[in-house]
Design a protein around this ligand. Sequence first.
Ligand code: NDP
Ligand code: 2IT
Length: 449
Amino acid sequence: MSKSDAQLSAIIDDVVRRNPAEPEFHQAVHEVLGCLGPVLDKHPEYVDQKVVERICEPERQVMFRVPWMTDSGEVRVNRGFRVEFNSQLGPYKGGLRFHPTVTLGTIKFLGFEQVFKNAITGQRIGGGKGGSDFDPKGRSDNEVMRFCQSFMTELYRYLGEHTDVPAGDIGVGGREIGYLFGQYKRITNRYESGVLTGKGLGWGGALVRTEATGYGTTFFVSEMLKVRGRSLDGQTVVISGSGNVAIYAIEKVTQLGGQVVACSDSSGYVHDPKGIDLDLLKQIKEVERGRVSDYAERRGGAAKFVQGSSIWQIPCTVALPCATQNELNEDDARALVSNGVIAVAEGANMPSTPEAVKVFQDAGVAFGPGKAANAGGVATSGLEMQQNHSRDRWSFEYTEEKLLQIMRCIHNLAYETAEEYGVPGDYVLGANIAGFVQVADAMMAMGLV
Ligand code: NDP
Ligand code: 2IT
């Protein structure tokens, strides 16, 4: 083990010791720090100045009580979080997740990833993440509104268009952003459009933000295929999830000539060998807030719903995990490889376990990690902020072209950084190093922060 690797390993041990019971945060730190040995060899000043130790410690972590009332008058209490991880490159930026599994460790893993992801977008935004263990599933619009109002009544004091700018993530979409923005506006008496992104198009939102993460992931996988002399045209594609990211990945893959044969939710997957009917899926998921099992029923005999088992058993040449963390394990990766997968890009954050990533890399599969492949969402949030600040509105075509160029730049940055460090084709290493160096250099320049 080199001296730098030994130093990094001691830092990881310290992070694990000082942040007990946060396995997802440990996993994310392990993944990034595992790539930094060659950087520390080149930059001993990062070691002297303890830049890695400082980057692993959030600048600020807020946890708060969120009391709210159900429609039948029962009192409920949830926990709210905002982890303001790093503001070296700009205001804290990152989504809010509402899901019953959310803990502080979940938000810290997401915030840590966000720091490096945001750096490689070139948008000059810092990294943060927030959310709650509130479960919006099965709740009425009024219940969701009361929850969001209570959540924002505490969170507003930490936000601001130049301070911290949340957006959506799992369980937080256009409806929730509307309720949150409405409460922020009432409390502050300011129409501060740039304080949240993912807003409605009629009141400060930007075209393409809804589509951006799924479209961006698709552009990223297209770039990886291009390097190998291939394209999406004619590929058989499996996409997990059926939320915001998955739906717009299905849309763009289909537009580019791929055939998406399966998608999923937490209850199971649908296999639709002739290709997912996107209008039906959007109606069920975006309008009715239904399940993929409803999709299979309404598709007649064309699609089959399978409960509980893994979507990654379905043969495909391209796989896009777009649901949640650690949804694709070593066995799943082996099944994909033996079925002939050539490219995998993560629309979700950390969906592949470390063992699965190793299987893909050992097999020579093109693998795009989330912090590069799904960065189109937050990058387009950056474009929404630009439009808010300049009081301008851009067309769909203009904004989509910008997103495409941003995804090409991110791809090339990760690709070229991996080459520079002698590991060609390793997008994990390329993205981690490229993001880290930008944040580290800004920290060095700003004194002891
Ligand atoms: P949505 O809430 O719109 O959709 C989430 C999807 O994932 C649903 O189909 C959901 O199924 C499924 N899912 C969620 N949790 C689990 C779980 N524990 N087990 C199995 N399936 C699950 O969220 P998004 O599409 O916005 O987010 C998906 C992923 O993409 C997340 O990892 C998020 O962090 C990441 N991401 C999102 C961005 C954005 O702009 N929205 C940007 C970059 C990354 P069910 O309905 O049954 O819960
Ligand atoms: O994980 C992510 O990058 C997001 N959920 C989007 C964050 C944002 O601020 O748009």
